[in-house]
Design a protein around this ligand. Sequence first.
Ligand code: B1M
Length: 222
Amino acid sequence: MNEIIEKIAYCIEFGKINSASPYPPDLRGQDGADELTKKALDTGIAPSTILNEGMIAAMNKVGKKFSENKIFVPQMLLAAKAMSTAMQHIKPYFKSGTVKFKGKFVLGTVAGDLHDIGKNLVGMMIEGAGWEVIDLGVDVSAEKFMQAINSNPGCSVGLSALLTTTMVNMEKIVQEIRNNYRDIKILTGGAPVTMDFCKNIGADFYSPDPQGAVEYLNQIAS
Ligand code: B1M
């Protein structure tokens, strides 16, 4: 692999956002994902190569390590920040059509629920896997989900709930989506949710962590 792409991947995996970032200590004072991605583009490396071989490959490793409890929320947040910073240099190529998203993913925490830390992590990891994420935020009603789905044909949907009291709203939202779109893929997650609950309410998939959601989406995109 090209040396600069390897460096970008390393910076993202270990949360080296830019030259000012203090972590990881062995890279202190050196370029981070931000500067290296710009340099890679300036030297003529294709944005899709940087994205797929550097950035997405790194986030894949991060997701796996998190699932295996080898890293925790702070390390994952740093990696996601490095990824999203580097992504700012790649985004114009999505707009011009040089690089393509794998698909659109409409995401939100369900009505009545204000917890968003886990939902945000899931969104960042899915974006890091090459998807366009439309994040509707927290306390999202069925109506708002439907508006976003109608405006983004072909999207998949992610629902997050952290409260046993809001799981019932997750069910209502799934019903509303199913009444209008039978085939849309609906992913569910959040601490009280289980695969049994997911199946009972008519959603397609449950993942306990962001990596499972990424793997499911990649599978349906291929
Ligand atoms: Co709240 N809260 N909270 N809270 N809170 C919990 C969830 C609770 C378990 C605490 C407890 O009692 N032990 C409890 C729920 C009990 C229950 O229903 N079973 C609870 C309660 C009761 C409440 C209030 C009702 C408290 C009150 O006011 N009386 C209230 C409700 C407000 C509301 O939502 N309407 C409330 C409020 C809050 C704060 C606002 C103070 C704050 C949220 C801040 C924020 O999110 N911006 C908060 C917090 C921080 C927590 C705890 C401590 C931490 C949640 C968290 O962020 N975890 C939590 C206790 C706990 O979990 N230890 C608790 C870290 C995060 C990375 O994990 O969100 O699980 P998590 O996400 C994971 C996975 O679940 C998964 O991936 C993530 C990464 O691994 N995942 C998905 C999540 N969504 C996914 C979607 C997917 C796939 C995977 O696909 C679409």
